[in-house]
Design a protein around this ligand. Structure first.
Ligand SMILES: [Zn+2]
Ligand SMILES: [Zn+2]
Length: 139
């Protein structure tokens, strides 16, 4: 599978190959809400080596610390502010790409949701998926 995507202004474009390896999921955590301005985010994990920017001259990173105490790099377009992907030392080598930035996100059907403890009322998503109060269990 090959996917392309990019930010709102078009200055930050990327390609990502291969199948998602780190899960495809809804995240209800408060940092994702703040970063995206949305009730939740949808992300798909890809191997870092499968991801490449066409031009990274506008790419910026905001580092936060998750409640596991591990840092989370939130990578975004510094020109228009669109979040592109997140990565955490907790799962080395995986980029969690924001599904909304994919040119074609029609295949994205997350089977799980995480951080349901922070889920807000208007985040109505399919009820037949698996929920975790915080992070999904790692291998
Ligand atoms: Zn941009
Ligand atoms: Zn989150």
């Amino acid at each position: 599978m090959e996917n392309s995507g990019g930010c709102m202004c078009g200055k930050t474009r990327y390609k990502v190959t291969g199948e998602p390896v780190g899960g495809v999921f809804y995240c209800h955590c408060n940092d994702c809400k703040k970063q995206t301005g949305s009730p939740f985010t949808v992300a798909a994990g890809f191997l870092a080596e499968c991801f490449s920017f066409e031009d990274d001259s506008h790419v910026k990173t905001h580092v936060t610390v998750g409640d596991s105490g591990t840092s989370m790099d939130r990578v975004f377009c510094g020109n228009c502010g669109s979040p592109i992907y997140s990565k955490t030392a907790l799962v080395a080598g995986v980029f969690y790409v924001k599904a909304g930035t994919l040119d074609d996100s029609s295949w994205v059907e997350p089977p799980i949701e995480i951080y349901t403890k922070d889920k807000i009322k208007c985040a109505v998503i399919p009820s037949d998926i698996t929920g975790f109060e915080q992070l999904m269990p790692l291998e």
